[in-house]
Design a protein around this ligand. Structure first.
Ligand SMILES: [Zn+2]
Length: 507
Protein backbone atom coordinates (compact mmCIF):
# COMPACT_ATOMS: atom_id res chain seq x y z
CA UNK A 1 0.00 0.00 0.00
CA UNK A 2 1.13 3.50 -0.77
CA UNK A 3 1.28 6.09 2.00
CA UNK A 4 0.57 9.65 0.86
CA UNK A 5 1.48 12.88 2.65
CA UNK A 6 1.41 16.58 1.88
CA UNK A 7 4.53 18.73 1.95
CA UNK A 8 5.69 21.90 0.16
CA UNK A 9 8.69 23.43 -1.53
CA UNK A 10 9.45 26.92 -2.85
CA UNK A 11 9.74 28.33 -6.36
CA UNK A 12 11.20 31.78 -5.87
CA UNK A 13 9.18 32.96 -2.88
CA UNK A 14 6.00 31.06 -3.74
CA UNK A 15 5.23 27.80 -1.95
CA UNK A 16 4.30 24.84 -4.13
CA UNK A 17 2.41 21.97 -2.53
CA UNK A 18 4.17 18.64 -3.04
CA UNK A 19 2.72 15.17 -2.54
CA UNK A 20 5.03 12.57 -1.09
CA UNK A 21 4.15 8.96 -1.90
CA UNK A 22 6.01 6.17 -0.14
CA UNK A 23 5.77 2.60 -1.35
CA UNK A 24 7.37 -0.42 0.32
CA UNK A 25 7.54 -3.64 -1.64
CA UNK A 26 9.30 -6.95 -1.36
CA UNK A 27 12.53 -7.35 -3.23
CA UNK A 28 16.14 -6.36 -2.85
CA UNK A 29 16.71 -3.71 -0.23
CA UNK A 30 16.86 -0.33 -1.96
CA UNK A 31 15.86 3.31 -1.39
CA UNK A 32 15.05 5.50 -4.38
CA UNK A 33 13.52 8.97 -4.59
CA UNK A 34 11.83 10.09 -7.80
CA UNK A 35 11.35 13.78 -8.54
CA UNK A 36 14.47 15.20 -6.95
CA UNK A 37 17.80 16.07 -8.63
CA UNK A 38 20.53 13.41 -8.23
CA UNK A 39 22.79 15.56 -6.08
CA UNK A 40 20.07 16.23 -3.54
CA UNK A 41 18.87 12.62 -3.42
CA UNK A 42 22.04 11.14 -1.96
CA UNK A 43 22.27 13.67 0.87
CA UNK A 44 18.59 13.36 1.62
CA UNK A 45 18.70 9.53 1.72
CA UNK A 46 21.67 9.55 4.10
CA UNK A 47 19.98 11.99 6.49
CA UNK A 48 16.67 10.16 6.47
CA UNK A 49 18.22 6.70 6.98
CA UNK A 50 20.34 7.85 9.94
CA UNK A 51 17.51 9.87 11.50
CA UNK A 52 15.06 6.94 11.39
CA UNK A 53 17.56 4.57 13.02
CA UNK A 54 18.63 7.13 15.64
CA UNK A 55 15.00 7.79 16.53
CA UNK A 56 14.74 4.14 17.61
CA UNK A 57 12.87 2.75 14.56
CA UNK A 58 13.96 -0.06 12.31
CA UNK A 59 14.88 1.07 8.81
CA UNK A 60 12.99 -1.34 6.53
CA UNK A 61 15.25 -3.72 4.59
CA UNK A 62 12.88 -3.69 1.63
CA UNK A 63 12.47 -1.94 -1.65
CA UNK A 64 11.51 1.69 -0.85
CA UNK A 65 10.26 3.99 -3.58
CA UNK A 66 9.46 7.61 -2.81
CA UNK A 67 7.69 9.66 -5.44
CA UNK A 68 7.54 13.45 -5.21
CA UNK A 69 4.89 15.13 -7.33
CA UNK A 70 4.55 17.29 -9.37
CA UNK A 71 7.57 15.80 -11.16
CA UNK A 72 8.47 18.97 -13.07
CA UNK A 73 9.09 20.90 -9.87
CA UNK A 74 12.74 20.39 -8.92
CA UNK A 75 12.68 19.79 -5.19
CA UNK A 76 16.23 20.66 -4.20
CA UNK A 77 15.65 21.58 -0.61
CA UNK A 78 15.74 19.57 2.58
CA UNK A 79 12.23 20.75 3.59
CA UNK A 80 10.79 17.42 2.50
CA UNK A 81 12.99 15.22 4.76
CA UNK A 82 10.34 14.89 7.45
CA UNK A 83 7.39 13.75 5.32
CA UNK A 84 9.61 11.17 3.59
CA UNK A 85 10.88 9.80 6.92
CA UNK A 86 7.39 9.81 8.39
CA UNK A 87 6.03 8.00 5.33
CA UNK A 88 8.69 5.30 5.61
CA UNK A 89 8.12 4.76 9.35
CA UNK A 90 4.34 4.57 8.94
CA UNK A 91 4.38 2.24 5.94
CA UNK A 92 6.91 -0.12 7.53
CA UNK A 93 4.95 -0.61 10.77
CA UNK A 94 1.27 0.29 10.83
CA UNK A 95 1.12 -0.24 14.60
CA UNK A 96 3.32 2.83 15.12
CA UNK A 97 0.74 5.14 13.59
CA UNK A 98 -2.40 4.55 11.52
CA UNK A 99 -2.22 6.17 8.07
CA UNK A 100 -5.45 8.01 8.86
CA UNK A 101 -3.41 10.15 11.29
CA UNK A 102 -1.65 11.74 8.28
CA UNK A 103 -4.83 13.01 6.64
CA UNK A 104 -5.44 16.73 6.05
CA UNK A 105 -1.98 17.61 7.30
CA UNK A 106 1.11 19.15 5.72
CA UNK A 107 4.64 18.46 6.97
CA UNK A 108 7.91 20.31 6.48
CA UNK A 109 11.28 20.07 8.23
CA UNK A 110 14.91 19.18 7.66
CA UNK A 111 16.22 16.19 9.60
CA UNK A 112 19.43 16.03 11.57
CA UNK A 113 21.22 12.68 11.72
CA UNK A 114 20.05 12.20 15.33
CA UNK A 115 16.38 12.55 14.39
CA UNK A 116 15.89 16.10 15.62
CA UNK A 117 14.48 18.65 13.21
CA UNK A 118 16.01 21.84 11.87
CA UNK A 119 14.14 25.00 10.83
CA UNK A 120 13.64 25.66 7.14
CA UNK A 121 13.32 28.83 5.04
CA UNK A 122 10.18 30.07 3.28
CA UNK A 123 7.76 29.09 6.06
CA UNK A 124 5.47 32.09 5.65
CA UNK A 125 4.64 31.15 2.02
CA UNK A 126 4.22 27.52 3.02
CA UNK A 127 1.89 28.51 5.84
CA UNK A 128 -0.25 30.57 3.43
CA UNK A 129 -0.37 27.60 1.06
CA UNK A 130 -1.35 25.14 3.84
CA UNK A 131 -4.09 27.46 5.10
CA UNK A 132 -5.55 27.86 1.61
CA UNK A 133 -5.75 24.06 1.28
CA UNK A 134 -7.18 23.79 4.80
CA UNK A 135 -4.33 21.55 5.91
CA UNK A 136 -2.90 21.59 9.43
CA UNK A 137 0.75 22.55 9.10
CA UNK A 138 3.45 20.83 11.17
CA UNK A 139 6.60 22.95 11.39
CA UNK A 140 9.94 22.76 13.21
CA UNK A 141 9.52 24.60 16.52
CA UNK A 142 11.84 27.54 15.63
CA UNK A 143 9.60 28.22 12.59
CA UNK A 144 6.40 28.37 14.63
CA UNK A 145 6.09 32.13 15.15
CA UNK A 146 6.73 32.88 11.49
CA UNK A 147 4.13 30.31 10.41
CA UNK A 148 1.63 31.83 12.87
CA UNK A 149 2.04 35.27 11.29
CA UNK A 150 -0.66 34.09 8.89
CA UNK A 151 -3.74 34.50 11.01
CA UNK A 152 -5.69 31.71 9.32
CA UNK A 153 -4.97 28.01 9.49
CA UNK A 154 -3.66 25.69 12.21
CA UNK A 155 0.06 25.35 12.88
CA UNK A 156 1.63 22.77 15.19
CA UNK A 157 5.30 22.91 16.20
CA UNK A 158 7.45 19.81 16.79
CA UNK A 159 11.06 19.15 17.77
CA UNK A 160 11.99 15.77 16.29
CA UNK A 161 10.71 12.81 14.30
CA UNK A 162 9.82 11.05 17.56
CA UNK A 163 8.09 14.13 18.95
CA UNK A 164 6.08 14.49 15.75
CA UNK A 165 4.89 10.88 15.94
CA UNK A 166 3.93 11.30 19.61
CA UNK A 167 1.85 14.37 18.71
CA UNK A 168 0.19 12.58 15.79
CA UNK A 169 -0.75 9.66 18.05
CA UNK A 170 -2.53 12.17 20.22
CA UNK A 171 -0.35 11.20 23.14
CA UNK A 172 0.93 14.68 23.80
CA UNK A 173 -0.72 18.05 23.92
CA UNK A 174 1.32 20.46 21.90
CA UNK A 175 2.88 23.33 23.78
CA UNK A 176 3.41 26.38 21.64
CA UNK A 177 6.37 28.70 22.16
CA UNK A 178 5.88 32.36 23.12
CA UNK A 179 6.17 34.56 20.07
CA UNK A 180 8.00 37.88 20.46
CA UNK A 181 6.04 41.07 19.95
CA UNK A 182 6.38 42.26 16.36
CA UNK A 183 9.08 44.91 15.96
CA UNK A 184 7.72 48.42 16.43
CA UNK A 185 8.41 51.61 14.55
CA UNK A 186 10.09 54.14 16.74
CA UNK A 187 13.82 53.75 17.12
CA UNK A 188 15.83 54.98 14.16
CA UNK A 189 19.62 55.33 13.79
CA UNK A 190 19.33 58.97 12.65
CA UNK A 191 16.45 61.45 12.72
CA UNK A 192 15.99 64.64 10.69
CA UNK A 193 16.39 66.88 13.74
CA UNK A 194 19.90 65.54 14.26
CA UNK A 195 20.97 67.02 10.92
CA UNK A 196 21.69 70.75 10.98
CA UNK A 197 21.06 72.87 7.89
CA UNK A 198 20.69 71.00 4.56
CA UNK A 199 17.11 72.22 4.17
CA UNK A 200 17.15 71.48 0.43
CA UNK A 201 18.31 67.88 0.90
CA UNK A 202 15.79 67.27 3.68
CA UNK A 203 13.01 68.54 1.47
CA UNK A 204 14.07 66.12 -1.28
CA UNK A 205 14.14 63.31 1.26
CA UNK A 206 10.55 64.08 2.25
CA UNK A 207 9.49 64.07 -1.41
CA UNK A 208 11.27 60.77 -1.97
CA UNK A 209 9.54 59.22 1.04
CA UNK A 210 6.12 60.61 0.08
CA UNK A 211 6.09 59.51 -3.56
CA UNK A 212 8.60 56.63 -3.41
CA UNK A 213 10.84 58.57 -5.78
CA UNK A 214 14.37 57.43 -6.54
CA UNK A 215 16.93 59.97 -5.36
CA UNK A 216 20.55 60.65 -6.24
CA UNK A 217 22.61 62.88 -3.96
CA UNK A 218 25.98 64.33 -4.91
CA UNK A 219 28.37 66.34 -2.82
CA UNK A 220 31.85 66.29 -1.30
CA UNK A 221 32.94 63.61 1.17
CA UNK A 222 31.77 64.38 4.70
CA UNK A 223 28.85 66.56 3.61
CA UNK A 224 26.43 64.13 5.23
CA UNK A 225 25.03 62.18 2.28
CA UNK A 226 25.01 58.87 4.13
CA UNK A 227 23.61 60.56 7.22
CA UNK A 228 20.72 61.81 5.06
CA UNK A 229 20.10 58.31 3.75
CA UNK A 230 20.16 56.90 7.28
CA UNK A 231 17.52 59.44 8.34
CA UNK A 232 15.16 58.29 5.60
CA UNK A 233 13.64 55.30 7.47
CA UNK A 234 12.50 57.70 10.20
CA UNK A 235 10.09 59.42 7.80
CA UNK A 236 8.86 56.52 5.64
CA UNK A 237 5.13 55.72 5.65
CA UNK A 238 4.08 52.58 7.50
CA UNK A 239 3.61 49.34 5.57
CA UNK A 240 0.24 47.94 4.64
CA UNK A 241 -0.56 44.39 5.72
CA UNK A 242 -0.09 43.19 2.16
CA UNK A 243 3.35 44.85 1.98
CA UNK A 244 4.36 43.27 5.29
CA UNK A 245 3.44 39.81 4.04
CA UNK A 246 5.23 40.27 0.69
CA UNK A 247 8.43 41.52 2.29
CA UNK A 248 8.35 38.83 4.97
CA UNK A 249 7.94 36.13 2.30
CA UNK A 250 11.11 37.34 0.57
CA UNK A 251 13.14 37.61 3.78
CA UNK A 252 11.87 34.20 4.82
CA UNK A 253 12.78 32.57 1.50
CA UNK A 254 16.29 34.01 1.81
CA UNK A 255 16.63 32.91 5.43
CA UNK A 256 17.33 36.43 6.76
CA UNK A 257 14.20 36.76 8.88
CA UNK A 258 16.08 35.70 12.04
CA UNK A 259 13.96 35.92 15.20
CA UNK A 260 11.41 38.28 13.65
CA UNK A 261 8.16 36.58 12.80
CA UNK A 262 7.06 39.28 10.39
CA UNK A 263 8.68 42.36 8.84
CA UNK A 264 6.80 45.41 10.12
CA UNK A 265 9.32 48.15 9.34
CA UNK A 266 10.24 48.99 5.75
CA UNK A 267 13.55 47.31 4.95
CA UNK A 268 16.67 49.46 4.51
CA UNK A 269 19.44 47.69 2.64
CA UNK A 270 22.83 49.29 2.05
CA UNK A 271 25.16 46.88 0.26
CA UNK A 272 28.81 47.88 -0.32
CA UNK A 273 29.99 48.48 -3.89
CA UNK A 274 32.06 45.28 -3.79
CA UNK A 275 28.83 43.23 -3.72
CA UNK A 276 28.59 40.52 -6.37
CA UNK A 277 26.10 40.50 -9.18
CA UNK A 278 24.27 37.56 -7.54
CA UNK A 279 24.32 39.25 -4.14
CA UNK A 280 22.60 42.30 -5.59
CA UNK A 281 20.13 40.68 -7.98
CA UNK A 282 19.71 37.16 -6.62
CA UNK A 283 20.41 33.65 -7.90
CA UNK A 284 23.19 31.25 -6.94
CA UNK A 285 22.94 27.54 -6.33
CA UNK A 286 20.28 27.90 -3.63
CA UNK A 287 18.42 30.48 -5.72
CA UNK A 288 18.28 33.16 -3.05
CA UNK A 289 16.76 36.61 -3.49
CA UNK A 290 19.26 39.47 -3.84
CA UNK A 291 19.51 42.86 -2.11
CA UNK A 292 17.06 44.43 -4.62
CA UNK A 293 14.42 41.97 -3.40
CA UNK A 294 15.31 42.21 0.28
CA UNK A 295 14.71 45.97 -0.22
CA UNK A 296 11.22 45.27 -1.64
CA UNK A 297 8.77 47.90 -0.25
CA UNK A 298 11.73 49.65 1.34
CA UNK A 299 14.99 51.40 0.55
CA UNK A 300 18.07 50.30 -1.37
CA UNK A 301 20.90 52.69 -0.52
CA UNK A 302 23.91 52.57 -2.82
CA UNK A 303 26.71 54.78 -1.52
CA UNK A 304 29.68 55.65 -3.80
CA UNK A 305 27.34 54.91 -6.70
CA UNK A 306 29.90 55.19 -9.56
CA UNK A 307 32.20 52.71 -7.74
CA UNK A 308 29.75 49.85 -8.38
CA UNK A 309 30.93 47.90 -11.42
CA UNK A 310 29.10 49.04 -14.53
CA UNK A 311 27.77 45.54 -15.13
CA UNK A 312 26.34 45.43 -11.61
CA UNK A 313 24.62 48.79 -12.08
CA UNK A 314 23.19 47.79 -15.43
CA UNK A 315 21.39 44.80 -13.93
CA UNK A 316 19.42 47.26 -11.79
CA UNK A 317 17.56 48.36 -14.90
CA UNK A 318 15.06 45.52 -14.98
CA UNK A 319 14.00 45.65 -11.31
CA UNK A 320 13.79 49.45 -11.50
CA UNK A 321 11.60 49.19 -14.59
CA UNK A 322 9.37 46.25 -13.70
CA UNK A 323 9.52 46.04 -9.92
CA UNK A 324 10.65 42.43 -10.14
CA UNK A 325 13.69 40.33 -10.98
CA UNK A 326 13.60 37.37 -13.35
CA UNK A 327 16.28 34.73 -12.93
CA UNK A 328 16.54 32.09 -15.61
CA UNK A 329 17.91 28.67 -14.85
CA UNK A 330 17.89 25.25 -16.49
CA UNK A 331 14.83 24.30 -14.43
CA UNK A 332 12.85 27.39 -15.46
CA UNK A 333 12.48 31.08 -14.67
CA UNK A 334 11.95 32.35 -11.16
CA UNK A 335 10.67 35.80 -10.25
CA UNK A 336 11.37 37.78 -7.11
CA UNK A 337 9.51 41.04 -6.38
CA UNK A 338 11.80 44.07 -6.11
CA UNK A 339 9.91 47.34 -5.77
CA UNK A 340 12.42 49.42 -3.88
CA UNK A 341 13.23 53.10 -3.55
CA UNK A 342 16.75 53.69 -4.81
CA UNK A 343 18.76 56.20 -2.83
CA UNK A 344 22.18 56.70 -4.40
CA UNK A 345 25.05 58.93 -3.33
CA UNK A 346 28.16 60.02 -5.18
CA UNK A 347 30.98 62.54 -5.14
CA UNK A 348 30.81 65.19 -7.86
CA UNK A 349 34.22 64.15 -9.22
CA UNK A 350 36.92 61.51 -8.56
CA UNK A 351 38.67 63.63 -5.87
CA UNK A 352 35.31 64.65 -4.41
CA UNK A 353 35.82 68.42 -4.21
CA UNK A 354 34.57 69.74 -7.53
CA UNK A 355 32.62 72.93 -6.85
CA UNK A 356 33.63 72.88 -3.17
CA UNK A 357 34.34 76.11 -1.35
CA UNK A 358 36.46 74.25 1.18
CA UNK A 359 39.02 72.50 -0.97
CA UNK A 360 40.29 72.80 -4.53
CA UNK A 361 39.53 70.12 -7.11
CA UNK A 362 42.38 68.99 -9.37
CA UNK A 363 40.40 66.66 -11.62
CA UNK A 364 40.54 67.31 -15.36
CA UNK A 365 37.23 67.86 -17.18
CA UNK A 366 37.78 64.56 -19.02
CA UNK A 367 38.21 62.63 -15.77
CA UNK A 368 35.13 64.28 -14.31
CA UNK A 369 32.90 63.45 -17.23
CA UNK A 370 34.19 59.89 -17.48
CA UNK A 371 33.49 59.49 -13.74
CA UNK A 372 29.93 60.76 -14.11
CA UNK A 373 29.29 58.74 -17.25
CA UNK A 374 29.67 55.52 -15.25
CA UNK A 375 26.02 56.07 -14.41
CA UNK A 376 24.30 55.19 -17.66
CA UNK A 377 21.38 57.01 -19.25
CA UNK A 378 18.84 54.22 -18.65
CA UNK A 379 19.66 54.24 -14.92
CA UNK A 380 19.44 58.05 -14.75
CA UNK A 381 16.11 57.80 -16.54
CA UNK A 382 14.72 56.06 -13.48
CA UNK A 383 15.91 58.68 -11.00
CA UNK A 384 13.32 61.35 -10.18
CA UNK A 385 15.28 63.58 -7.84
CA UNK A 386 18.85 64.84 -8.14
CA UNK A 387 20.19 67.03 -5.36
CA UNK A 388 23.41 68.66 -4.30
CA UNK A 389 24.42 68.08 -0.69
CA UNK A 390 27.09 70.73 -0.05
CA UNK A 391 29.54 70.81 2.81
CA UNK A 392 27.95 73.16 5.32
CA UNK A 393 29.98 75.84 7.10
CA UNK A 394 31.00 75.14 10.69
CA UNK A 395 28.83 77.89 12.20
CA UNK A 396 25.74 76.32 10.59
CA UNK A 397 26.71 72.91 11.90
CA UNK A 398 26.68 74.30 15.43
CA UNK A 399 23.77 76.74 15.27
CA UNK A 400 21.96 75.74 12.10
CA UNK A 401 18.24 75.32 11.89
CA UNK A 402 17.09 71.74 12.23
CA UNK A 403 13.79 72.29 10.39
CA UNK A 404 11.03 69.66 10.60
CA UNK A 405 11.34 66.81 13.06
CA UNK A 406 11.14 63.28 11.71
CA UNK A 407 7.83 62.84 13.50
CA UNK A 408 6.27 65.87 11.76
CA UNK A 409 7.77 64.96 8.39
CA UNK A 410 6.45 61.43 8.71
CA UNK A 411 2.95 62.67 9.33
CA UNK A 412 3.10 64.75 6.12
CA UNK A 413 4.48 61.78 4.22
CA UNK A 414 1.86 59.41 5.60
CA UNK A 415 -0.99 61.75 4.59
CA UNK A 416 0.43 62.29 1.11
CA UNK A 417 0.85 58.54 0.62
CA UNK A 418 -2.72 57.85 1.71
CA UNK A 419 -3.95 60.27 -0.96
CA UNK A 420 -1.88 58.38 -3.56
CA UNK A 421 -3.12 54.96 -2.45
CA UNK A 422 -6.73 56.08 -2.78
CA UNK A 423 -6.22 57.81 -6.11
CA UNK A 424 -3.65 55.70 -7.99
CA UNK A 425 -3.44 52.55 -5.84
CA UNK A 426 0.30 53.01 -5.43
CA UNK A 427 3.01 55.58 -4.92
CA UNK A 428 3.41 58.37 -7.49
CA UNK A 429 6.76 57.01 -8.69
CA UNK A 430 4.89 54.00 -10.11
CA UNK A 431 2.33 55.97 -12.11
CA UNK A 432 2.52 54.59 -15.64
CA UNK A 433 2.31 56.66 -18.78
CA UNK A 434 -1.29 55.84 -19.56
CA UNK A 435 -2.43 57.13 -16.15
CA UNK A 436 -0.17 60.16 -16.12
CA UNK A 437 -2.52 62.68 -17.71
CA UNK A 438 -5.47 61.63 -15.61
CA UNK A 439 -3.61 61.65 -12.31
CA UNK A 440 -1.31 64.63 -12.81
CA UNK A 441 -3.87 67.35 -13.61
CA UNK A 442 -2.39 70.84 -13.77
CA UNK A 443 -3.74 74.37 -13.37
CA UNK A 444 -3.41 76.28 -16.69
CA UNK A 445 -0.45 78.38 -15.47
CA UNK A 446 1.31 75.26 -14.22
CA UNK A 447 0.93 73.68 -17.63
CA UNK A 448 2.25 76.80 -19.36
CA UNK A 449 5.26 76.85 -17.05
CA UNK A 450 6.07 73.20 -17.65
CA UNK A 451 5.75 73.52 -21.44
CA UNK A 452 7.88 76.66 -21.57
CA UNK A 453 10.53 75.13 -19.31
CA UNK A 454 10.62 71.89 -21.22
CA UNK A 455 11.16 73.78 -24.49
CA UNK A 456 13.86 76.01 -23.02
CA UNK A 457 15.65 73.16 -21.29
CA UNK A 458 14.91 70.72 -24.11
CA UNK A 459 13.57 68.14 -21.67
CA UNK A 460 13.17 64.62 -22.98
CA UNK A 461 9.71 63.12 -22.65
CA UNK A 462 10.97 60.96 -19.78
CA UNK A 463 12.31 64.01 -17.92
CA UNK A 464 9.02 65.77 -18.58
CA UNK A 465 7.11 62.88 -17.01
CA UNK A 466 9.48 62.75 -14.05
CA UNK A 467 8.97 66.44 -13.33
CA UNK A 468 5.23 65.91 -13.50
CA UNK A 469 5.28 62.99 -11.04
CA UNK A 470 7.43 64.90 -8.57
CA UNK A 471 5.12 67.92 -8.89
CA UNK A 472 2.20 65.57 -8.16
CA UNK A 473 3.90 64.48 -4.94
CA UNK A 474 4.54 68.11 -3.93
CA UNK A 475 0.85 68.89 -4.47
CA UNK A 476 -0.09 65.77 -2.46
CA UNK A 477 2.04 66.99 0.46
CA UNK A 478 -0.10 70.16 0.39
CA UNK A 479 -3.22 68.02 -0.05
CA UNK A 480 -4.18 69.85 -3.27
CA UNK A 481 -6.08 68.14 -6.04
CA UNK A 482 -4.47 69.89 -9.00
CA UNK A 483 -0.83 70.73 -9.59
CA UNK A 484 0.00 74.42 -9.39
CA UNK A 485 2.79 76.50 -10.92
CA UNK A 486 4.97 76.59 -7.76
CA UNK A 487 4.88 72.77 -7.64
CA UNK A 488 6.20 72.58 -11.20
CA UNK A 489 8.85 75.20 -10.41
CA UNK A 490 10.08 73.19 -7.44
CA UNK A 491 10.01 69.87 -9.31
CA UNK A 492 12.15 71.38 -12.08
CA UNK A 493 14.91 72.02 -9.54
CA UNK A 494 15.41 68.30 -9.02
CA UNK A 495 15.70 67.28 -12.63
CA UNK A 496 18.64 65.23 -13.61
CA UNK A 497 20.00 66.89 -16.75
CA UNK A 498 22.20 69.72 -15.44
CA UNK A 499 24.67 67.61 -13.55
CA UNK A 500 25.03 64.77 -16.03
CA UNK A 501 24.20 66.24 -19.42
CA UNK A 502 25.87 69.62 -19.38
CA UNK A 503 28.86 68.08 -17.67
CA UNK A 504 30.62 70.30 -15.20
CA UNK A 505 28.99 73.66 -15.31
CA UNK A 506 26.91 73.74 -12.16
CA UNK A 507 27.41 76.33 -9.40
ZN1 LIG B 1 37.92 66.62 -8.26
Amino acid sequence: MVVKLWSADLTGIQAQPVTVEVDLSNGLSSFSIVGMPDTAIKESRDRIRAAIKNSGFKFPGRRITVNLAPADLKKESSRIDIPIALGIVVSSAKRILPTAALKNKMFVGELSLDGSVRPVTGILSISISAASKELTLFVPEPNYCEARAVKTGTVIPYRSLNHLITILKGMEDTTVPDCPEPEAQGSFPVTLEEIKGQAHAKRALILAAAGNHNLLMYGPPGAGKSMMAKALPSILPSMSNQEEIETTMIHSAGGILKEKSIVRVRPYRAPHYTISHIGLIGGGTRLNPGEVSYAHNGVLFLDEFPEFPRRTLEVLRQPMEDGLVRISRASGTVEFPSRFMLIAAMNPCPCGYFGSKVRECHCTPTRISSYRSRISGPILDRIDLLINVPQIPLEQMVAGNTGLTSRDARELVENARQIQLHRNHGANAWINESQLKEICRMEPDAETLLLTASRKMSLSSRSFNRVLKVARTIADLEQLETIQAPHIAEALQYKISDFFESGITYD
